[in-house]
Design a protein around this ligand. Structure first.
Ligand code: HEC
Length: 157
Protein backbone atom coordinates (compact mmCIF):
# COMPACT_ATOMS: atom_id res chain seq x y z
CA UNK A 1 0.00 0.00 0.00
CA UNK A 2 2.71 2.62 0.87
CA UNK A 3 4.49 1.62 -2.33
CA UNK A 4 1.46 2.30 -4.54
CA UNK A 5 0.84 5.60 -2.80
CA UNK A 6 4.32 6.91 -3.58
CA UNK A 7 3.97 5.93 -7.25
CA UNK A 8 0.72 7.84 -7.42
CA UNK A 9 2.33 10.84 -5.74
CA UNK A 10 5.16 10.70 -8.25
CA UNK A 11 2.73 10.60 -11.18
CA UNK A 12 0.80 13.57 -9.80
CA UNK A 13 4.04 15.48 -9.30
CA UNK A 14 5.24 14.82 -12.85
CA UNK A 15 1.93 15.97 -14.28
CA UNK A 16 1.91 19.05 -12.03
CA UNK A 17 5.43 20.02 -13.11
CA UNK A 18 4.44 19.57 -16.73
CA UNK A 19 1.55 22.01 -16.36
CA UNK A 20 3.56 24.53 -14.36
CA UNK A 21 6.16 24.52 -17.15
CA UNK A 22 3.46 24.97 -19.72
CA UNK A 23 2.08 27.98 -17.83
CA UNK A 24 5.54 29.52 -17.50
CA UNK A 25 6.59 28.91 -21.08
CA UNK A 26 3.38 29.72 -22.94
CA UNK A 27 3.47 33.51 -22.40
CA UNK A 28 7.11 33.54 -23.50
CA UNK A 29 6.32 31.66 -26.67
CA UNK A 30 3.40 33.96 -27.42
CA UNK A 31 5.52 37.06 -26.83
CA UNK A 32 8.17 35.77 -29.21
CA UNK A 33 5.63 34.97 -31.87
CA UNK A 34 4.27 38.53 -31.55
CA UNK A 35 7.80 40.01 -31.78
CA UNK A 36 8.69 38.38 -35.05
CA UNK A 37 7.01 40.60 -37.67
CA UNK A 38 8.62 43.83 -36.42
CA UNK A 39 12.07 42.33 -36.26
CA UNK A 40 12.70 41.47 -39.89
CA UNK A 41 16.20 42.78 -40.54
CA UNK A 42 15.51 43.60 -44.17
CA UNK A 43 12.47 45.70 -43.36
CA UNK A 44 12.21 49.05 -45.12
CA UNK A 45 12.67 52.02 -42.79
CA UNK A 46 9.60 54.26 -42.30
CA UNK A 47 11.39 57.23 -43.91
CA UNK A 48 13.39 58.11 -47.00
CA UNK A 49 16.66 60.03 -46.69
CA UNK A 50 18.95 60.39 -49.72
CA UNK A 51 22.14 62.45 -49.37
CA UNK A 52 20.65 64.16 -46.33
CA UNK A 53 17.47 65.09 -48.22
CA UNK A 54 14.04 63.71 -47.34
CA UNK A 55 10.92 62.62 -49.20
CA UNK A 56 7.60 64.41 -48.86
CA UNK A 57 6.26 62.19 -46.06
CA UNK A 58 9.35 62.61 -43.88
CA UNK A 59 9.32 66.37 -44.50
CA UNK A 60 5.66 66.48 -43.54
CA UNK A 61 6.54 64.63 -40.33
CA UNK A 62 9.17 67.27 -39.58
CA UNK A 63 6.59 70.06 -40.11
CA UNK A 64 3.88 68.39 -38.01
CA UNK A 65 6.39 67.75 -35.28
CA UNK A 66 7.31 71.43 -35.27
CA UNK A 67 3.67 72.47 -35.02
CA UNK A 68 2.49 70.08 -32.30
CA UNK A 69 5.38 68.49 -30.41
CA UNK A 70 8.41 70.81 -30.46
CA UNK A 71 7.17 73.10 -27.70
CA UNK A 72 7.58 70.24 -25.21
CA UNK A 73 9.98 67.75 -26.80
CA UNK A 74 12.40 70.40 -28.04
CA UNK A 75 13.90 71.12 -31.47
CA UNK A 76 14.63 68.04 -33.63
CA UNK A 77 12.99 65.68 -31.11
CA UNK A 78 16.00 66.02 -28.84
CA UNK A 79 14.03 66.45 -25.61
CA UNK A 80 13.74 69.15 -22.98
CA UNK A 81 13.67 69.48 -19.22
CA UNK A 82 9.92 68.84 -19.47
CA UNK A 83 9.55 66.01 -22.00
CA UNK A 84 11.72 63.03 -23.02
CA UNK A 85 14.23 62.88 -25.89
CA UNK A 86 12.24 61.19 -28.67
CA UNK A 87 15.39 60.38 -30.65
CA UNK A 88 16.14 58.02 -27.73
CA UNK A 89 12.57 56.77 -27.27
CA UNK A 90 12.22 55.80 -30.92
CA UNK A 91 15.27 53.58 -30.80
CA UNK A 92 13.02 51.14 -28.97
CA UNK A 93 9.38 52.09 -29.60
CA UNK A 94 7.37 50.32 -32.29
CA UNK A 95 4.96 52.39 -34.42
CA UNK A 96 2.09 50.84 -32.45
CA UNK A 97 3.55 51.87 -29.12
CA UNK A 98 4.25 55.35 -30.48
CA UNK A 99 0.71 55.73 -31.82
CA UNK A 100 -0.76 54.54 -28.53
CA UNK A 101 1.05 57.20 -26.49
CA UNK A 102 0.37 60.02 -28.95
CA UNK A 103 -3.32 59.19 -29.39
CA UNK A 104 -4.12 58.50 -25.72
CA UNK A 105 -1.48 60.60 -23.97
CA UNK A 106 0.26 59.60 -20.77
CA UNK A 107 0.66 60.97 -17.29
CA UNK A 108 3.82 60.33 -15.35
CA UNK A 109 2.84 60.31 -11.69
CA UNK A 110 6.18 59.24 -10.28
CA UNK A 111 7.43 60.96 -7.15
CA UNK A 112 10.02 63.05 -9.00
CA UNK A 113 7.89 64.49 -11.79
CA UNK A 114 4.33 65.21 -12.72
CA UNK A 115 4.65 65.82 -16.46
CA UNK A 116 1.81 65.16 -18.85
CA UNK A 117 1.88 63.96 -22.43
CA UNK A 118 -1.38 65.30 -23.89
CA UNK A 119 -3.72 63.03 -25.88
CA UNK A 120 -3.77 63.93 -29.58
CA UNK A 121 -6.56 61.53 -30.53
CA UNK A 122 -8.83 64.43 -31.44
CA UNK A 123 -6.17 66.55 -33.18
CA UNK A 124 -6.53 65.92 -36.91
CA UNK A 125 -3.23 67.61 -37.78
CA UNK A 126 -1.55 64.89 -35.72
CA UNK A 127 -3.63 61.67 -35.96
CA UNK A 128 -3.91 61.93 -39.75
CA UNK A 129 -0.12 62.02 -40.08
CA UNK A 130 1.13 59.66 -37.36
CA UNK A 131 3.23 57.56 -39.79
CA UNK A 132 4.92 60.73 -41.14
CA UNK A 133 5.73 61.99 -37.64
CA UNK A 134 6.96 58.55 -36.61
CA UNK A 135 9.06 58.34 -39.79
CA UNK A 136 10.70 61.71 -39.21
CA UNK A 137 11.51 60.92 -35.57
CA UNK A 138 12.72 57.42 -36.47
CA UNK A 139 15.11 58.93 -39.03
CA UNK A 140 16.44 61.17 -36.26
CA UNK A 141 16.67 58.21 -33.84
CA UNK A 142 18.52 56.06 -36.39
CA UNK A 143 21.00 58.87 -37.04
CA UNK A 144 19.90 58.94 -40.70
CA UNK A 145 18.92 62.60 -40.45
CA UNK A 146 20.75 65.45 -38.74
CA UNK A 147 19.33 68.36 -36.80
CA UNK A 148 17.51 71.33 -38.29
CA UNK A 149 15.13 71.80 -41.19
CA UNK A 150 15.72 69.01 -43.72
CA UNK A 151 15.96 69.68 -47.45
CA UNK A 152 13.49 67.92 -49.74
CA UNK A 153 14.57 65.49 -52.43
CA UNK A 154 12.04 66.94 -54.88
CA UNK A 155 11.77 70.39 -53.31
CA UNK A 156 12.68 73.89 -54.31
CA UNK A 157 14.23 74.63 -50.91
C1 HEC B 1 2.50 69.62 -23.36
C2 HEC B 1 3.78 69.02 -23.61
C3 HEC B 1 3.86 67.91 -24.66
C4 HEC B 1 3.49 67.98 -25.99
C5 HEC B 1 2.88 69.13 -26.75
C6 HEC B 1 3.84 66.67 -26.56
N1 HEC B 1 4.37 65.86 -25.60
FE1 HEC B 1 4.96 63.94 -25.85
N2 HEC B 1 5.38 63.77 -23.87
C7 HEC B 1 5.30 64.82 -22.97
C8 HEC B 1 5.70 64.33 -21.67
C9 HEC B 1 5.79 65.14 -20.39
C10 HEC B 1 6.01 62.96 -21.82
C11 HEC B 1 6.45 61.97 -20.74
C12 HEC B 1 5.19 61.41 -20.13
C13 HEC B 1 5.48 60.30 -19.15
O1 HEC B 1 6.62 60.17 -18.72
O2 HEC B 1 4.56 59.55 -18.84
C14 HEC B 1 5.81 62.66 -23.23
C15 HEC B 1 5.99 61.40 -23.77
C16 HEC B 1 5.94 61.13 -25.12
C17 HEC B 1 6.26 59.86 -25.72
C18 HEC B 1 6.71 58.62 -24.97
C19 HEC B 1 8.21 58.64 -24.87
C20 HEC B 1 8.78 57.48 -24.12
O3 HEC B 1 10.02 57.38 -24.06
O4 HEC B 1 8.05 56.67 -23.57
C21 HEC B 1 6.09 60.00 -27.06
C22 HEC B 1 6.33 58.93 -28.12
C23 HEC B 1 5.66 61.35 -27.31
N3 HEC B 1 5.57 62.01 -26.11
C24 HEC B 1 5.41 61.86 -28.55
C25 HEC B 1 4.89 63.12 -28.78
C26 HEC B 1 4.50 63.61 -30.09
C27 HEC B 1 4.67 62.85 -31.39
C28 HEC B 1 4.00 64.87 -29.91
C29 HEC B 1 3.38 65.78 -30.95
C30 HEC B 1 2.30 65.24 -31.74
C31 HEC B 1 4.07 65.16 -28.47
N4 HEC B 1 4.63 64.07 -27.83
C32 HEC B 1 3.66 66.34 -27.89
C33 HEC B 1 4.91 66.10 -23.21
C34 HEC B 1 4.41 66.57 -24.43
Amino acid sequence: MPHRFSLLTLAVLVIAIFFVNLLLLAPNMLAHAADKPGQAADQKPPYTVVNGKVDLATFNGYRRYGESCLRCHGPDGAGSSYAPDLTESLKHMTPDQFNEVVVNGRKNVSTSSNNVMPAFGMTEDVVNYLPDIYGYLKARADGALGRGRPKRIDGDD
